[in-house]
Ligand binder design. Sequence first.
Ligand SMILES: C[C@H](O)[C@H](O)[C@@H](O)C(=O)CO
Ligand code: MN
Length: 424
Amino acid sequence: MYRQEGGNQVVGKYEEAKEQYRGLGIDTEQVLEDMQNLTISMHCWQGDDLGGFDHDGPLSGGIQATGNYIGKPRNVEELMKDLDLAFSLIPGKKKLNLHSSYAVFEAGQWVDRDKLRPEHFRKWVEYAKERSLGIDFNPTFFSHEKAKQFTLSSPDESIRKFWVRHGQACVKIAQYFAEELGEPCVLNIWIPDGFKDVPGNRLEPRRRFSDSLDEILSIDYDKEKVFVSLESKVFGIGFESCTVGSSEFCINYAAKHGIMALMDNGHYHPTETVSDKISSMLLFHKKLGLHITRPVRWDSDHVVLFDDETKELAREIVRCNAMDRVFLATDYFDASINRVAAWIIGMRNVQKAFLYAFLQPNEIMTRLQDEEQFTELMVLQEELKFYPFEDIWNEFCRRNQVPAGGEWMSQIREYEETVLKKRM
Ligand SMILES: C[C@H](O)[C@H](O)[C@@H](O)C(=O)CO
Ligand SMILES: [Mn+2]
């Protein structure tokens, strides 16, 4: 059912493709090296619909994982097992993106989020060390009894302070990850706070959010090890009229306080594209964080496809020569299909988008644009779609010893039969 080629066939086709791309001035060996250095942070929360381990309540914060596919992991061991299968079928370099709600407590050792400590993530550090992975981290300002509508922007000082302490605790845990794993940790702050209906005052909640961020960032931490980012949003379910952490708020706060803005491509109006925003951000910010997702009509967090916008996002980063300035992470949660496959599909599609981007003759395209040869530019961009991109992908997978085509799905099916179906 799925395409599958033998090793010799792959190498032969790769050699032919290499020549074709050479004609455009593209060195495919360099491209394969760039692909090997590409790091994508895979979100743990696709694995269990953002369930986490520190609470029993429902998912809140205006986000939703729809579907009820079999085999959702019931504990950290099962989640880790699922992650292992996904990682084994994704080529290249990966990082693990964790939420604080995935803290692992020994029996009787549960603490609330404002009291979290590095030891609650020791199991994840051991997991990451054994697999040579870095970890990125996120405070969890939702799915909690103190996160009804407001967290860091709460008018209730005791609630606001609770979440400030949570943010501070997470900065320390992020530094613990960086130190233990020898790789910087991106600590991404996203709050759902907002209003279902027209607010009476927009300024004060935003002022409180700003003050809370100041308090979180006032603690001593190593800025070479922890890169704090702030993620904006346009609206969430139940927060349709106003989002405290809007785009303007987050970009301005990040620029003024020397932290990183993070753009999630599900967090804009449907006709806006993040690919068009990247160059402007890179002109004025040292670094940028991205959450790569697929919004369908709203921030639906569908599995990332190898679609036009994902390709364009990657092309922008590559042609801005910003591979070392942009932190890439996936962020979607689909419970309607096999969850492990969802990770693999989305991650591989992000990688394919970057491979496609590395295989573009950017200098030629810039020259055509500067010379206002827009017809030639369009022809070239369309012709490139027929270049043997697939042969380079196959070779990348062969060198990483993972299946190149959809044949990896047979391993998922077997896992579903032997493991997932037994999780009742
Ligand atoms: C779970 C994540 O932190 C969350 O998805 C956030 O990044 C987001 O995108 C909310 O819409
Ligand atoms: Mn996001």
